[in-house]
Design a protein around this ligand. Structure first.
Ligand code: HEC
Length: 159
């Protein structure tokens, strides 16, 4: 069999991935300033902070750890799309700048999504099996999110 063709096809694939990797349809997500504070201003006990940091912050903060394979298209686009979407919905690094009502709302969503085990998204758990929330972590996160939500509600004047 002639191996030239598959080799050529492979070469074209690698070259186009290399070229396409310079395209970032969702902007340059890697250039945002880091902010190591996880939910600045919130009451986050250490055990909760560790879960958020280890299992959520890759997408929901400006401190994304980008593995080397995340540099190459089309994988880079899948990952950048998720991170872009995730930060738009909920970003731990800019938490204190979010409107109080929106924070209250987000905490309710964190409680529900953690309890149901809907986060981290499936694709991420496939690649990072250790990021799946354990039953204890699901309980801990959802109980904490509800407590923090009540605290914030009590200190936020009703409009
Ligand atoms: C691989 C990226 C990724 C990881 C890791 C991840 N998320 Fe998400 N998250 C998303 C994306 C993308 C969305 C928006 C789309 C959706 O809801 O599926 C989202 C949405 C959410 C929302 C809904 C926000 C809203 O306004 O509707 C909550 C709450 C949330 N995530 C919490 C978490 C928590 C808690 C963790 C860690 C246990 C986590 N996420 C880990 C990608 C991620």
């Amino acid at each position: 069999m002639n191996v030239g063709r598959p080799l050529l096809a492979f070469g074209i694939l690698v070259a186009s991935s290399g070229a396409l990797s310079f395209l970032h349809p969702w902007g340059n997500l890697r250039a945002v300033p880091r902010n190591d504070a996880i939910m600045g201003g919130a009451n986050v006990p250490t055990n909760v902070r560790l879960i958020l940091q280890n299992k959520c912050a890759d997408c929901h903060s400006n401190n994304t750890h980008w593995p080397s394979y995340s540099r190459f298209a089309p994988g880079s686009w899948l990952m950048e799309h998720d991170v872009h979407d995730a930060r738009e919905h909920l970003n731990f690094s800019t938490w204190s700048q979010i409107d109080a009502d929106a924070r209250i709302d987000l905490l309710a969503k964190i409680a529900t999504q953690s309890r149901k085990g809907e986060m981290p998204i499936k694709q991420y758990v496939w690649i990072h099996p250790s990021a799946r929330l354990t039953d204890d972590e699901r309980r801990l996160l959802s109980t904490w999110a509800r407590t923090e939500r009540n605290r914030l509600r009590n200190e936020t004047p009703q409009r």
